[in-house]
Write a protein that binds this ligand. Structure first.
Ligand code: BES
Ligand code: MN
Ligand code: ZN
Length: 529
């Protein structure tokens, strides 16, 4: 984990190995932003010229690096672009959206891998320089420092180690609140890192029982109750979907229940928020086997589970004052002599009989069980998260998650994502697509017969909807593409597991807590008499 420091020191007094500064795109070239005046003086007033000579533009995504050649105590400066100059006067701050700031912060720290200590002035580069801006800089910087090196031999790796310590330079006015802002942002970044680690872990190292143990360990550390149902308990309690999907594997399935209850919460009351996360630790497709290429990244099929676990752990660490529950169905989808066959019928939790026409549509089978169980507690809001369909990627690409479900719930998720800068988009549940799931022999089929792919993501959501009673506010997030970055790193997003949705789920919990917080009494005004 990267250490964090907050300071109001001048950059001349910083004992650090590299300095990150913000620049904007001005009419006549790059414009150095707030926090760079001392640097400019030390360079004899030539900072803007040096940046222009290096080819810096100041546009969002721009990044240049230069050595200070002994003119400053800090040997390396990295300048990142924050986009166009936004003020008319000679104010050296830009008004940028938080995600631009987060991405620039992340790109700078990632570019500095191999540097032990980094200081960043980006919180001074924006206007107004408030706590939300600082939070974006901290989140972006820490997310950009992430690396997954667990399975590399150090002596055989030429990878530069991630930045070890980041100092956030803030102004005197921001200083009193800054330490808490940094602490909270670091908890969110830790949670994203946990989700990334779990997704990146090789599937042979993370069978259902091991995931469940990890969940139990993290829960115990932060005061979250964790219960694990093994295959025997799953059979006793009628979880036929989880058992069916898991039966082809030598690694038995699990269902993990997490419960975060703030001090004083009524243990019998309904949870304010219940999360459900798809935890297929490896998806081979089962007997409806995937082609080799499609299987290469199927260790990512537990990203929903990882995201949900990480969000609950973070909610507890932040002491979010509402009850947050999670149900995490875990199974490995493998072909074998014991595996379910296309044509088999499974009895899901609550008694729904499901005909499995395609064993590769396994996520909805484990989720049907878990969602039915979660809904029985009548949560104030139920959100499931899954790498559910390739159709999500066809519809929205690799970086935008889809949100479906009941309107109010979808709106809450979209609003929370808007606050965290995570890309999500609402999608419909066209009623006519429901009937493709009519089965010739059972209550419901798990795919449209005859291999129809039309609206595949929406059909999957229809399947899940069958397990949520009408009165429950429910949203379903399909993040098949966004959970994994197959391309090069960008902004604060590394290659591999991205940890998307964790911050949105956490924001959702905080928003619900904010709404339900008892309003403070309005000031009584004494008028007359
Ligand atoms: N885990 C996959 C979906 C997926 C695809 C996740 C790509 C991440 C990247 C899911 O279990 C699956 O195989 N879905 C099938 C459903 C089909 C059989 C109706 C799909 O999308 O092809
Ligand atoms: Mn599948
Ligand atoms: Zn799957």
């Amino acid at each position: 984990m990267t250490a964090t420091v907050v300071t109001t020191s001048s950059i001349l007094d910083l004992d650090t190995d590299a300095l990150v500064i913000g620049i904007a795109a001005g009419k006549n070239g790059p414009v150095p932003l707030g926090g760079t005046q001392t640097l400019d003086v030390a360079l004899g007033g030539r900072l803007a010229q040096v940046l222009a000579d290096l080819g810096a533009t100041g546009k969002a995504g721009d990044l240049v690096r230069f050595a200070t050649l002994g003119m400053l105590p800090v040997p390396i400066v990295v300048a990142v672009g924050l986009g166009p100059v936004t003020s008319h006067a000679d104010v050296d701050q830009v008004d940028v959206d938080h995600e631009t700031l987060r991405r620039a912060s992340g790109a700078a720290v990632r570019a500095l891998a191999g540097t032990a200590r980094v200081a960043t002035t980006l919180a001074l580069a924006v206007s107004p320089p408030g706590p939300d801006q600082l939070r974006a800089v901290v989140e972006g910087s820490l997310l950009g420092a992430y690396a997954f090196d667990t399975f590399r031999t150090r002596s055989r790796s030429d990878r530069r180690p991630p930045v070890g310590e980041i100092t956030f330079v803030v102004d005197d006015a921001a200083e009193p609140a800054a330490t808490d802002t940094v602490r909270r942002a670091a908890i969110a970044a830790d949670a994203v890192a946990l989700a990334r680690d779990l997704v990146n872990t090789p599937p042979g190292h993370l069978p259902p029982a091991v995931f469940a143990e990890i969940a139990a360990r993290h829960g115990a550390e932060v005061g979250v109750d964790v219960a694990v149902l093994d295959e025997k308990a799953l059979a006793d309690e009628g979880f036929g979907g989880i058992l069916g999907v898991g039966q082809g594997s030598v690694n038995p399935p699990r269902l993990v229940h997490l419960s975060w209850r703030p001090a004083g919460a009524d243990p019998t009351g309904p949870p304010a928020l219940t999360l459900v996360g798809k935890g297929i630790t490896f998806d081979s497709g089962g007997l409806s086997l995937k082609p080799a290429g499609a299987m290469e990244w199927m260790k990512t099929d537990m990203a929903g589970a990882a995201g949900v676990l990480a969000a609950v752990i973070a909610a507890a660490r932040l002491n979010v004052p509402v009850t947050v529950n999670a149900w995490i169905p875990l199974a490995e989808n493998m072909p074998s002599g014991d595996a379910i066959r296309p044509g088999d019928v499974l009895t899901l939790r609550g008694g729904t009989l499901v005909e499995v026409l395609n064993t590769d549509a396994e996520g909805r089978l484990v989720l049907g069980d878990a969602i039915a169980r979660a809904a029985a507690d009548s949560p104030g809001l139920l959100v499931d998260v899954a790498t559910l369909t390739g159709a999500q990627i066809v519809a929205l690409g690799q970086r935008t998650s889809a949100v479906m479900g009941r309107d109010d719930a979808v709106e809450q998720v979209v609003a929370a994502a808007g606050e965290t800068g995570e890309a999500v988009w609402p999608m419909p549940l066209p009623p006519e697509l429901r009937k493709v799931l009519d089965s010739a022999v059972a209550d419901l089929a798990n795919v449209g017969g005859g291999g129809s792919r039309d609206g595949g993501m929406l059909v999957a959501a229809h399947f899940l909807s069958a397990f949520v009673p009408d009165h429950i506010p429910w949203a379903h997030i399909d993040m098949a593409g966004p959970a994994w970055n197959a391309g090069e790193p960008y902004g604060h997003t590394p290659k591999g597991g991205t940890g998307v949705i964790v911050r949105t789920l956490l924001q959702l919990a905080e928003n619900i807590a904010g709404e339900s917080a008892p309003r403070s009494e309005p000031d009584k005004q004494i008028t007359g008499e």
